[in-house]
Design a protein around this ligand. Structure first.
Ligand code: AGP
Length: 610
């Protein structure tokens, strides 16, 4: 998604802006640009189609100098990826805007502005914003007033950074539905879409709320809330290290993040387990009253986080004996609901800024859910701030667009939730102690599975030339098959589908031939024999099988069947352990195909628009 950086300082800002954009690259983008106000108050703008490195080259060739500027990485929504559509957008050579989000009423505003004589140079929804600000400035308003006035006409979601040649001493920012933070320096301020962009210059942040308008000057900061009243927002110190977004010795961030999983899970469990119990305090002080009264769970999320929710449904119903429903947020937010009595509403999100998930949470709160829990990886995110209870996954920054450690830490958190709920619904002390022991064993089990890396890299060669793949699983491994298919399609661009293996004969079996590799997730559990029968159906039709099985599964390698052995674990934690080979397979296929593993085409890390 689009990334915003801005700075007002007593030192030149171009390098700060450029480094900020580089650190936002992981969000996904197609073009980049910046605008800096020089000492004469004139705007200097550079924009490129493609990578931030291209913008850096343009900057080398045409240096821009100034103490105030804004910059942007664009992820196209309205108008193709092109230099003309790249931000910042400028009106009448005086004011410049960067925008993340979507202006929903841009067509009507564009028609009005065209009629009033404005000339449009892009196809973006953003350009109406800068022309509206220009008109307010031309009518004699200050920059802050002009942005405030413009907002009255905007519908949709936005984070904005605005500068103007006739206001060389201020940077104005606004937030409505898209994330924006202010970085607090010594006699300098910054804005950005997330804290990573600014970690080299500060670790002190103010997280703007929806509706906020901010005026940044070197000697101070003013913020107004959605009602236009001046507000003080707390300054928080981030504990994220500036180098946490570095790749280290790994070839890709995704690879680094796959290998970080034992540590990420250990960190997620840290402080949440006693020797034989899940600590009730893990969910916050008010949690016990809520969890003990919970009679069911509704989970809403998107993408990989949704898959984590699907696994949790199996756990919550089997272990806690409570009903659990799971839905993708983009569907949930646009239908009428029956709110089940006593249900806890759970959102799952790596970023905590996913527009659909956030909208679903707000809808659930308005609709009557009295208790909400966010399982999230970003402590300062909107989702965390708007939920009653929070269970943070301590995965650390996840930069690769393909979610890996965020997923397994979400599963770990959901298992903590399951055990906690189950304690109030019949799980006895021995059973809880056994679950705690399994949770504790996770990091070392993950290490063992990671040692399959070389074997899976070899196997990946057999997938490189295929057009389609099928992933099969049963029970709680079905969502793991879904996640395996999602990983493969998003980074290798190979079409991948997942099915519960029992559904094969109801349609997908027609697809099977020697060109269709079939991946099966096969731990030694109660459904193994059923799964084996389904795999026989595939073999009988000439399908090529790749089975990920634990070492207790009686299945031999032979022509048409490749078996990858994982160490035996327990049913309860199998979904977490079996996620790793799915991730490694997708990773190695993508590397062999030479795709952009960390920033796959058309995708964004943090989906802050609908
Ligand atoms: C998965 O690899 C994707 N990056 C995507 O499906 C992601 O899980 C989804 O966009 C939800 O993001 P969130 O967890 O930040 O809400």
């Amino acid at each position: 998604m689009c990334g915003i950086v801005g700075a007002i300082s007593q030192r030149p800002v171009a390098a700060i802006l450029l480094e900020g954009l580089r650190r936002l690259e992981y969000r996904g983008y197609d073009s980049a640009g910046l605008a800096v106000l020089d000492a004469n108050g004139s705007l200097q703008r550079l924009r490129v189609l493609g990578k931030v490195s291209g913008l850096a080259e343009a900057l080398d060739a045409t240096p821009v100098n100034g103490l105030l500027g804004i910059a942007h990485t664009r992820w196209a929504t309205h108008g193709e990826p092109s230099t003309e559509n790249a931000h910042p957008h400028i009106s009448h050579d005086r004011c410049a805007v960067v925008h993340n989000g979507i202006i929903e009423n841009h067509e009507r505003l564009r028609a009005e502005q065209l009629a009033a004589g404005h000339r449009f140079l892009s196809q973006t929804d953003t350009e109406v914003v800068v022309h509206a600000i220009h008109d307010a400035l031309a009518a004699g308003q200050t920059l802050t007033e002009a942005v405030r006035q413009t907002r009255l006409h905007l519908q949709g979601a936005y984070a904005l950074g605005v500068i103007d040649g006739q206001h060389p001493d201020c940077l104005v920012a606004a937030r409505q539905g898209s994330p924006l933070v202010i970085g607090v320096g010594f006699q300098e301020y910054f804005i950005a879409s997330d804290v990573f962009a600014l970690l080299p210059v500060t670790n002190r942040f103010i997280f703007l709320e929806d509706g906020d308008l901010a005026e940044l000057r070197v000697d101070g900061l003013a913020i107004w809330d959605a009602n236009g009243d001046p507000v003080e927002r707390p300054v928080r110190t981030s504990t994220v290290a500036a180098d946490s977004a570095e790749r280290g010795p790994y070839r890709h961030f995704m690879q680094k993040e796959i290998f970080e999983q034992p540590r990420a899970i250990a960190d997620t469990l840290e402080g949440r387990l006693a020797s034989r119990t899940v600590l009730p305090e893990a969910f916050g002080v008010e949690a016990e009253a809520i969890l003990s009264g919970t009679r069911g769970v509704t989970i809403v999320a998107c993408g990989t986080s949704y898959h984590a929710g699907l696994v949790a449904k199996y756990w919550i119903e089997a272990v806690a004996g409570l009903p659990c429903q799971v839905e993708v947020a983009s569907e949930y937010r646009y239908r009428k609901h029956v709110i089940p009595d006593g249900h806890l509403f759970v959102t799952i999100s790596q970023s905590g800024e996913t527009a659909d998930t956030l909208a679903a949470l707000r809808l659930a709160r308005q609709g009557g859910y009295t208790s909400t829990l966010a399982i999230c990886n970003v402590p300062e995110s909107s989702l965390v701030r708007e939920s009653d209870l929070v269970l943070l996954t301590h995965a650390g920054p996840e930069i690769g667009v393909a979610s890996t450690k965020a997923f397994t830490t979400q599963l770990t958190a959901l298992l903590l939730l399951t055990v906690n709920l189950a304690r109030h619904h019949g799980l006895d002390a021995e059973q809880e102690a056994a679950a705690v022991q399994l949770l504790r064993s996770l990091p070392s089990q993950m290490e063992q599975v990671l040692s399959l890396d070389a074997r899976i890299a070899e196997l990946a060669e057999q997938f490189v030339d295929c057009q389609h793949t099928l992933f099969l699983g049963r029970g709680e491994q079905y969502p793991i098959a879904m996640e395996g298919a999602l990983k493969l399609k998003e980074i290798s661009y190979i079409h991948a589908e997942a099915y519960p293996a029992g559904e094969l004969k109801h349609g997908p079996l027609a697809l099977i031939d020697e060109d269709m590799p079939v991946v099966a997730v096969a731990p030694n559990n109660a459904l193994l024999e059923k799964l084996k029968s389904n795999l026989e159906e595939v073999r009988a039709r000439g399908g090529k099988l790749f089975v990920f099985a634990d070492d207790q599964v009686p299945m031999q390698e032979e022509a048409g069947i490749t078996v990858v052995r994982l160490p035996q674990t327990d049913d309860l934690i199998d979904p977490i352990v079996f996620s790793i080979p799915m991730q490694l397979l997708a990773y190695h296929v993508a590397v062999l195909k030479g795709t952009d593993v960390d920033q796959p085409r058309n995708l964004a890390k943090s989906v802050t628009v609908e």
